[in-house]
Design a protein around this ligand. Sequence first.
Ligand SMILES: C[S@@+](CC[C@H](N)C(=O)[O-])C[C@H]1O[C@@H](n2cnc3c(N)ncnc32)[C@H](O)[C@@H]1O
Length: 274
Amino acid sequence: MPFNLEDLQKAMAPLSQFRALAVSPHHERFSFPFFSGTYFTYRKIDVMRVVAIAQSVSRDPSYLDVGCGYGDFLKRVREFLPKATGLEKDASIYYGLGIEKPDYISISDAHWIDKRYDVIFVGWMEPGQDFRDSVARNTDVIITTLDQGISLAAEFDGHSFERIAWWRTPSWEDVNIEIMNKYYSSIPAKQREALSKMRGAHNFWYVYCRPEKSGQVRKAIESLQEKDEQYDFESVLDELGFARMQKLENPAAPEPLWQIQFDQQDLKRLQTGL
Ligand SMILES: C[S@@+](CC[C@H](N)C(=O)[O-])C[C@H]1O[C@@H](n2cnc3c(N)ncnc32)[C@H](O)[C@@H]1O
């Protein structure tokens, strides 16, 4: 990436073939994340966490999803934050493929954000893209997802922001591999089990705030009362061993999936006022 139109057109053909043979209509969002889902795997609790964070800073929050692609996650957020908008640099993902662009997504480069938002969300950003200065200038609260070791430009510690909380979700690649191994290959079950022990589940969600906002945002996260509601497609995650609070066998990933972790540095500052 960045994409060129020819590549995008070429990628549509395997998606059509996949649709014709798919075992479940929910598989394509993990196997073709750009067209049908997101590069970060999410559940409804992620949407509700993001919404609660936004509502902790304003009753009617403004919210920008940077690099939103087709806006799969943004659409979910808009069910609760109707003013939420998206920014996408590449017009050809819409116009070049004859896909209608919703009015709430603007075509522009994130380096040129020119308005302040209560919350800016930066979903999975490809390596080489770094518009942290512009994002940091235009908000006090940033939520990012980053694929470990790939999209480091999503870290805002050096921009006068504190990371106050984070949680781990599966990488879409791990989910895709499980789907492919289980439903679209003839790998024996025993071998599949052995392979699945290697999963690293390395997608992180980070919540960054300016210090003056961290108390209220932390409180909102601490008082979340998470329900069991879920989107239809989450059945795929449950069935393939990516349940909520699931512990993975990989020692490099000790925290259960989706369990919120609070950063102590921010807590210490809040307690001591220093
Ligand atoms: C890896 S895709 C992720 C799309 C979506 N957030 C997701 O997770 O599925 C990155 C998206 O960011 C867009 N993008 C890259 N650089 C950008 C920039 N400087 N400003 C706005 N969008 C950008 C790309 O065109 C692409 O649609």
